[in-house]
Design a protein around this ligand. Sequence first.
Ligand code: GTP
Ligand code: MG
Length: 298
Amino acid sequence: MQKYLEPLKKPWRMISAEVDDPWTSQFKEQLMEKIVNLEPAAGINYFNILLLGQAASGKSSFLNTCATAIEDNNRLITLSQVYQKASKSVTTSLEVFPLHTRDGQTLPLRLFDCRGLNVEHGVPTEDVILIVKGHVRNGYEINPEVSIKKENPKYREIAQLKDRMHCVVYVTNAENPSEQLTDPKTEEQLRFVRETIASDHIPQIVLFSKIDKLRISNKDDLRDVFRSQGVRDTCYKAAEYMQIPLMNVLPMSNYHEENLPTLEKDILALFYLLTMMQRANDFVSNCAKVNVPKEFYD
Ligand SMILES: Nc1nc2c(ncn2[C@@H]2O[C@H](COP(=O)(O)OP(=O)(O)OP(=O)(O)O)[C@@H](O)[C@H]2O)c(=O)[nH]1
Ligand SMILES: [Mg+2]
């Protein structure tokens, strides 16, 4: 426990190089402006970002936290259902909800929520790959027993760049024992998915939720998240487990017990959303070879 009490001398992650103190409403405004003004490259209308993870890892809660931060209207938003205790997935289909700003602008972003991973009660591995490659439409009710059939109206035969996932976010959480972030079968499933989609160069991120369950610092203040040795060590373990670089592991605490939004959680959600959108845009630009002279790859 002692290590959680010793802050790092310097923050391990600079949330912004431009400001000394990121926990201000000015910084929140800056993030919001960047998000609202980020236009997808290559003529696509929406970035597609997929949330994947075990049941109860915090996927739907992250989506709701993002919706709350984006609307910024001093109220909590629940687009996707969250229950207090559930052994199987509460979310059973592939579902997407529009995110709106306070003045009604819709973000050019589709954040897909999904049934939890698990070979027996979760999304079949084949379906995960089909979803990532853009062959499954919004609203598909996932059947843990069998993969989607081509005759299903929710199956998309020809998937274009606009239909594919442009960034995959694995949601894992601090509730799991540090050495084992998933059960062994899900670990196997995750490894297969990671390796399959890595060959397509799709950006992959780990969202490490429920960090409020750790003792973040002496004051146990979310503002110490990037100064906490304990959070850094836990994210490092997650990075090793998921075989994803530490810079792509984002420590998060979703809205789960509060009655009103807080500046800290809004800023974390906006910062991570912007990170995901930027990675997605890099992927889209790369696929469409935006700004690359014709002879470059000759
Ligand atoms: N303490 C804490 N609890 C959280 C956090 N995020 C989610 N929870 C709680 O964890 C439980 C599961 O959260 P969900 O968001 O439903 O998880 P999910 O991954 O969508 O789960 P399924 O839809 O069942 O696959 C709920 O009781 C949430 O309130 C967090 O950051 N901190
Ligand atoms: Mg859910």
